[in-house]
Design a protein around this ligand. Structure first.
Ligand SMILES: [Zn+2]
Length: 272
């Protein structure tokens, strides 16, 4: 599986994955492995055309809500802060996106824990509602079927070894993290489409207001804004602020520019 993420931290919180998801991951590992083989067989100085084994870079047509979006006050964007992935911009092309939000299912939770969990869910839902004005989103009950999963858990902390001094670096705890991974999705006409899905870890330890703001911010990443705004009044500002802002016109201007870019995601893999 090819995984990338927001911070230099890898993913270790492995949940039990349903069979379908496990199968898709195996496929993804197979792609990653075969790409590795292709790369290692290259001679120095030899170049490789990725369109021989990956879909060609192409733009998708703009989703209708983004297409209609006009910022009459021209408040600008922060598109230059956005990082494309190795296969192009992180663009969804199959709508509505299916979104799973973790729910309290453990019957052994105390009444107060159940209530805190429920408050967390209710803090996350308005973020979904707010973004769905721009990209069609649908909340689903089955996590295996979801394009974007939001788990009520702290992002995993992974120590890494600093080669300079031989010491382990323990990263600072964060309230949330979004990761993406690629996989191949079979279609009904025997093609396979290069696809992605996202996982958001959203801490249970924040106030409801910050949970709402963090959900809004991380969903922005999952929807394709893979970078941060330098301006405090944008939802994708890089730091948490005292009065978290709603989604701003600059956030949407940026999202719209991203969705006008070419990507290999959402296109069929070349035959052979
Ligand atoms: Zn962020």
């Amino acid at each position: 599986m090819i995984r990338f993420q927001q911070s230099p931290r890898s993913y270790s919180n492995r949940r039990q994955k349903p069979l379908l998801a496990r199968r898709l991951i195996i496929i993804a590992v197979a792609i990653a492995t075969s790409l590795g083989v292709i790369f290692t067989q290259l001679q120095p100085g030899q170049s490789l055309d990725p369109s021989q084994f990956l879909p060609t870079l192409q733009a998708h047509s703009l989703p209708p809500h983004l297409s209609q979006w006009q910022d009459t006050n021209s408040r600008g964007d922060y598109f230059e802060e956005i990082q494309p992935t190795p296969v192009g911009y992180l663009i969804w092309s199959q709508f509505p996106l299916k979104l799973y939000i973790e729910r309290p299912v453990n019957a052994s939770l105390s009444a107060s824990s159940q209530q805190r969990f429920q408050e967390w869910v209710e803090a996350v839902l308005p973020a979904v509602e707010a973004w769905s004005a721009y990209l069609p989103l649908e909340v689903v009950e089955d996590s295996a079927a979801a394009d974007i999963k939001i788990w009520r858990s702290r992002p995993p902390l992974i120590a890494s070894l600093d080669r300079e001094n031989g010491k382990f670096q323990i990263p600072r705890a964060r309230a949330a993290e979004t990761r993406y991974e690629f996989y191949l999705r079979p279609t009904s006409n025997n093609a396979t489409v290069l696809s992605h899905r996202c996982t958001i870890h959203l801490s249970p330890d924040q106030s409801n207001e910050y949970t709402a703001a963090t959900a809004r911010h991380e969903l922005g990443h999952a929807l394709g804004i893979w970078g941060h705004s330098p301006v405090e009044t944008d939802a994708l500002y890089f730091s948490q602020v005292r009065n978290p802002p709603p989604i701003s016109p600059r956030d949407i201007n940026t999202l719209k520019r991203i969705y006008q870019q070419p990507t290999r995601l959402g296109w069929a893999m070349p035959e052979n």
